[in-house]
Design a protein around this ligand. Structure first.
Ligand code: E4P
Length: 218
């Protein structure tokens, strides 16, 4: 399973990259605003800065909601750097834009997906990635992980090549459960990635090994 980090914070991206397990980055307009990145030029520059830190795919989201606007924006974003993947919302105009980009060889990430039907449409339109938001489904008492399983089944039934990018991942158990369900990618905060390495028995064991070493090597 590929690990993407879901942030526009350059320090967090660098930290995950240095850990050596990072395969890409996802951003969205809220994450950019959280970092204080505003104004078209600054936003475009920030995407390039992110691409220069990581080796993998970097999702950059369009903010237009009409087909022509999405195409114009998406082509500009895709032209910024070869690592850019154009993030398109799951709306009617978005599906048309996914098909357009797919025909042009521009890679896409279909965002704001909350149902198997939406994921099926995204795959039919040729999306590179589909992003089911599991945390936001959990927030409204709906099993987000169940959606990952349903999409996996549908895609495998027909051999769709669209990659399942589990999004809105909030914690380590989401990561582990997505891996069990065969999600191709997960995107989450740095805490969900770093949390995977924590276990008290590791800390206790290491402390004992080092103490025993010190006893015999004064
Ligand atoms: C997906 O690409 C989104 O950026 C993201 O995962 C949303 O997560 P949130 O629900 O924690 O805001």
């Amino acid at each position: 399973m590929k690990f993407f980090i879901d942030t526009a914070n350059l320090d967090h991206i660098r930290e995950a990259q240095q850990l050596g397990v990072l395969d890409g980055v996802t951003t969205n307009p809220s994450l950019m605003a959280k970092e204080g990145i505003t104004g078209r030029d600054n936003i475009l520059k920030h995407y390039v800065d992110i691409c220069n830190i990581v080796d993998g795919d970097v999702s950059a989201e369009v903010v237009s909601t009409d087909f022509d606007g999405m195409v114009k924006e998406g082509e500009e974003l895709a032209g910024l750097h070869e690592q850019i993947v154009v993030k398109v919302p799951m709306i009617k105009e978005g599906v048309k834009a996914l098909k357009y980009f797919s025909d042009k060889g521009i890679r896409t990430n279909c965002t704001l997906v909350f149902s198997p039907g939406q994921a099926l449409l995204a795959a039919k339109a040729g999306a590179t990635y589909v992003s089911p938001f599991i945390g936001r489904l959990d927030d409204v008492s709906t099993d987000g992980l169940n959606l990952i399983g349903e999409i996996r089944l549908i895609y495998d039934n027909y051999g769709f090549e669209t990659q399942i990018l589990a999004a809105s991942v909030r914690h380590t158990m989401h990561v582990i459960d997505c891996a069990k369900l065969g999600s191709d990618v997960m995107t989450g905060p740095l805490s969900a990635i770093e949390g995977l390495l924590k276990h008290p028995l590791t800390d206790i064991g290491l402390e004992k090994f080092l103490a025993d070493y010190r006893k015999g090597n004064q």
